[in-house]
Design a protein around this ligand. Sequence first.
Ligand code: ARG
Length: 489
Amino acid sequence: MLSIQVTGKRLKKQNREVTKFISSLASDKRISKHVLMINMAHVLALHKSGYISKEDTVSILRFLNSFKLSDELDEDIHYMLERHAIDKLGIKVAGQMNLGKSRNDQVATAIRMELRDTLIRTMEQILSFQDTIIRLSRKYVGTIIPGYTHMQRAQPVLLSYHLLSYFDSLSRTFDRFVEIIKRVNMSPMGSAALAGTTIGLDRRIIADFLGFEGIVRNGIDSVSSRDFAVESIASAILLSLDLSRLSEEIIIWSTEEFRFVELPDEMAATSSIMPQKKNPVVSEIVRARSSFPLSSLVSSFSIIKCLPYSYNLDLQEVTPLLWTALDTVIDSLRMTSKLMDELRFRQDFEKELSEGYTCAAFLAEYLSTKKGINFRVSHAVVGELVSKSQQRGISFRKAAEELLSEIARKYTGKRIILSGKEIGRILNPKEALRMIKTEGGCNPDKMEYELKLREGIIEKQRKTLSLIKSRIKTKLSHLEREVSGFVSE
Ligand code: ARG
């Protein structure tokens, strides 16, 4: 028999430099275990349909079981694998492996398998981050901080309430990944190059062996679409927005101007010249790397946009961008969670806030609901009170005690009296927050309920995730059992 290589006889040998230039081997390492499973499932399907003898099936499966990527140069893992198979088993046996499949359907399948694992890891990391948020919220359950709008002090809030806002946003991203996994977990195998194959293969058996929930029906769609990658990156972007905003807050909070938190020494860095410095380096890096998913999105979008159907080698360059986007958020989630656990929050805001203006809106609402003043009027009364207290350089509370009746009379013509006790209560942040009535609002008396609600959500998310994992695992174990049935004979 003439000597035959994987690359066949159509072309002369490829220039080494070209191979090096177009090779995907470096990023194929990440999909190598899936590529092996794909080959196993495919060989089994070929055997079941009567295309490969049992003996050859056993030889090929044994080879696949022991295959290790070498550091030789090749276009990609698919060629390398077949080349090694031919070297080891001879063309008569190994030459049957690629019947009814193409690198196009294989690579799309392998990426989907690796992506589903990576998404699962991302979701696990979200869960553990959410655990941290709950732990922290419980630890600081009574702690009040000033809440900001436009970076100006707005209203007092509970620290846990602030943290739960991140929790809820992360839950939405978790849900997005649950939805995305459904679309990722569909098998392209059997689409071959683009049109399907004349080989009678049961696509559903192969899909099942590989842990998929179904098949990508249309072959052209199978090999050319990477929308599942783009939507995964897009959700990673949303996750990175939370991470970078939280990091920005931690950075601001740790400044001398704010002094909201003290960073743990072990997670900070100092300056090489200014000995007093304690730099929030973890949050700075998380903030910076939060841009990576966006650059992955821009690049992959630009690669895919205008690509004619079906497969083009351009698609190869999307794969590493996908891993960069997700690996970055997984890593950042892990480090931010570790940092959060060690943050020491300032807990003595209450006095400062009861002297300041953050309860002004509560006072305006109180005048409106309890003293019958039209809200726009009470807003004006309190506004003037703020202005007067600033002009006279007295605390808001003192101004309220001394000037409120007079100003209120000016605007309403009525005698409105608030006792010192009443004023004290309205301007005390914790007591004022207790007057919040709306569902989901920052009422300290409702905090336990809000926390329990989130604990329930974590539990639900955890169940969803373990169901996803166990379905995949069960299916993959069928493949494993089938393969070991063959190779152990
Ligand atoms: N290395 C390729 C990728 O990652 C595999 C598919 C190549 N297909 C082809 N017809 N050259 O996308």
